[in-house]
Design a protein around this ligand. Structure first.
Ligand SMILES: Nc1ncnc2c1ncn2[C@@H]1O[C@H](COP(=O)(O)OP(=O)(O)O)[C@@H](O)[C@H]1O
Ligand SMILES: Cc1ncsc1CCOP(=O)(O)O
Ligand SMILES: [Mg+2]
Length: 280
């Protein structure tokens, strides 16, 4: 019991420290993302104190990517013209030891998307964050053997993806995060759960994409503790959702209040809401 209390306090301390560090350092986060998510992703990063830059062109990668604090790649509206820039940016980050995060949106929608995600994983993402269906699909060795959703929404609960997430973490070397009612984060061995958030967050498009970008911002300021950074970002986004929900009338106003709550989050409020536990 005493040990559990100590662990809870430690997570609250770590989470606030990372929120403060992002606000203080304002890390530059390059996002190569889908057309749906750009607005919410940029506004989430800005309200957390980070500096978003949606720099997509292949021609700009070699000059711009070496200067960023972290990269966020998202395949939501992947095309043959956007993939080369993603590969070039991932390759540079991997060579220069810049942390980067992959969001495998709807990875099982097509073999083009599945193969692209498998190729990107070879450039060693620091964190992979998806919903349960996406992580189950990406973790399986082939598109055919995956039994997950074809669209962007999950048809599995996050707890269904624990073993798949552990396996993907072991094979890729990335920290793997599965969002859902309980957000799960694993390095392939340890599994941590963040229990914040509200179900209505699923009814706002691109909340998953936005939290992946927030993970990139947190990893940017503490790249040697990527598991802690991913858990903290997920918990903070969930707390902003809980606070926003108190003022919201539906998904559209929750979107607005979530961003406002993230921007205004103070230490006492964060610490009284954060709910992180070890799952194994
Ligand atoms: N049932 C739920 N209860 C609380 N929070 C949730 C629930 N489902 C999703 N969330 C939160 O919504 C955000 C987006 O997650 P999710 O919907 O799983 O991603 P995606 O949009 O990629 O499918 C995350 O912050 C997650 O914690
Ligand atoms: C609807 C849609 N279609 C392609 S990308 C996208 C947004 C997906 O956002 P999220 O993964 O956060 O639900
Ligand atoms: Mg998603």
């Amino acid at each position: 019991m005493e040990e559990k209390k100590k662990e809870e306090l430690e997570w609250r301390r770590k989470t606030w420290k990372l929120v403060s560090k992002v606000r203080l350092e304002s890390p530059l986060i390059q996002c190569i993302t889908n057309f749906v998510s750009m607005d919410l992703m940029a506004n989430t990063l800005l309200s957390a104190g980070a500096s978003p830059a949606m720099v997509h062109s292949l021609e700009e990668i070699h000059e711009f990517t070496p200067r960023v604090s972290a990269l966020c790649l998202n395949v939501g509206t992947l095309s043959s013209s956007s993939l080369p820039a993603m590969i070039a940016a991932a390759k540079l980050c991997s060579q220069l030891d810049i942390p980067w995060v992959l969001d495998p949106v709807a990875v099982s929608a097509s073999s083009f998307r599945f193969d692209a995600c498998v190729q990107l994983v070879q450039f060693k993402p620091t964190v992979i964050r998806g919903n349960a269906s996406e992580i189950i699909s990406l973790s399986s060795c082939s598109l055919q053997s995956s039994a997950a959703s074809m669209g962007v929404d999950s048809t599995h609960g996050s707890m269904d993806a624990v073993e798949a997430a552990k396996l993907l973490a072991q094979t890729s070397g990335a920290i793997v995060a599965v969002s859902g009612a309980t957000d799960i984060v694993t390095d392939g061995n340890q599994v941590v759960g963040a229990h914040n958030g509200v179900p209505l967050m699923q009814k706002i498009t691109a909340t998953g994409c936005a939290v992946t970008a927030l993970i990139a911002a947190f990893v940017a300021v503490d790249k040697s503790h990527a598991l802690d950074a991913a858990v903290s970002a997920l918990a903070v986004f969930g707390v902003a959702g809980e606070l926003g929900m108190k003022m919201a009338k539906g998904p559209a106003s929750l979107r607005m209040h979530l961003i406002d709550s993230l921007y205004g989050l103070d230490e006492a409020t964060l610490q009284s809401h954060v709910n992180i536990t070890s799952l194994c």
